[in-house]
Design a binder for this molecule. Structure first.
Ligand code: ADP
Length: 327
């Protein structure tokens, strides 16, 4: 349009002897600008229509444009990938809300059923006590779930609120290991802790304890009778990290589950058949605690066979200056 008006202006002010040539030029200009605007507005019209469709509901619409290699095409492609991410996030959120609702409703249904049965007739004090004990267990389950959800939500907003101090990892891990003494005894499991060093890191001791307890709880759960769990602590001087390994001789993780185990509410078939009471939030919380400490977590696993087992490897940064590992 700009080109044609410029030409029309030129024609309007041109001296007479130039008029016929300019007339031709103007016609060519008008045709060219018409083609240009059709080219420029066509895909925009398509994009606008698609955006209107998106706006009116279906998020699975995409902005199609066949000549995707120019500026407009690249913009639409970028918009499409933004839409992919949005759709994915919304879908995950939908599943998340579904899982939360289900996991809160189940213990509530149990509590309600217990109370209704207890109230059907007069009972002796012991029966009431049993009902209350069972209710308390369910309330504790809901409380744990809500606390875990809060932790995840805070982590999502970067508000885990770490209370950072110098933390010696060796005594922390010893405390965590000791906390599982009875469970390990009951399952005939051996838990060994090897500390080559006693690194000091800057972190939140409560959150770090939660992280290591979650990993040890899983190791205990997924390791069958007479299995072995090894916790190792050492430093990597090149990477300037403290490394903590949790290695078990348990059932292992299926290859198809491995990419998903850190997703909230993801539970493997094994987890369900073993009737593990978890909600599939443990590893998601571990990951968020590690991220908040600028650390990393890796997992290696072998399912079945004589080498069956899982190893979680956690790296946590050592303070860059001043605080060195205690020898
Ligand atoms: P859950 O409550 O199911 O244990 P987590 O988030 O702690 O939830 O773990 C997610 C999944 O990772 C589990 O369902 C299980 O399949 C797998 N997993 C975690 N730790 C281990 C382990 N040490 N051995 C085998 N599988 C494990």
């Amino acid at each position: 349009m700009l080109v044609s008006s410029y030409m029309a202006g030129l024609f309007f002010y041109a001296p007479d002897y130039m008029a016929p040539g300019l007339g031709l030029l103007v016609v060519v200009g008008l045709l060219a600008s018409h083609r240009l605007s059709a080219y420029a507005l066509g895909p925009l019209d398509l994009a606008r229509d698609a955006l209107q469709r998106l706006n009116s509901g279906a998020l699975n619409n995409r902005l199609y444009f066949s000549e995707a290699d120019d500026e407009l095409g690249q913009t639409l492609t970028a918009l499409n990938s933004l839409l992919d991410r949005l759709e994915d996030t919304l879908e995950r959120q939908r599943r998340f809300v579904g899982s939360v609702s289900h996991d809160i409703r189940t213990p509530l249904t149990i509590i309600r059923g217990d109370i209704e049965v207890a109230l059907l007739r007069e009972r002796d004090p012991q029966e009431y006590q049993e009902t209350l004990i069972s209710n308390l267990e369910e309330v504790e389950r809901i409380t744990k779930l809500v606390e875990d959800l809060l932790t995840l939500a805070r982590a999502d907003y970067g508000e885990l609120g770490l209370s950072v101090n110098s933390v010696r990892l060796e005594p922390l891990l010893t405390g965590v290991k000791d906390g599982f003494y009875e469970q390990a005894l009951a399952r005939n499991l051996e838990i060994n802790l090897h500390c080559q060093e006693d690194p000091v890191i800057e972190g939140d001791s409560m959150r770090l304890r939660q992280l290591f307890s979650n990993l040890l709880e899983n190791a205990v759960y997924y390791t069958l009778e007479k299995g072995e769990i090894e916790i190792s602590l050492f430093t990597d001087p090149d990477e300037r990290t403290a490394q903590v390994l949790f290695k078990d001789t348990g059932i292992g993780i299926d290859e198809k589950d491995l990419p998903h185990i850190f997703e909230p509410f993801y539970r493997s078939e094994d987890s369900r058949t073993l009737r593990h009471q978890g909600y599939g939030l443990g590893l998601a919380i571990c990951e968020s605690i590690i991220k908040a400490h600028q650390g990393k977590i890796k997992v290696e696993s072998q399912k079945g066979g004589k080498d069956s087992g899982t190893t979680f490897i956690i790296s946590l940064p050592l303070p860059s200056a001043g605080l060195m590992p205690v020898a």
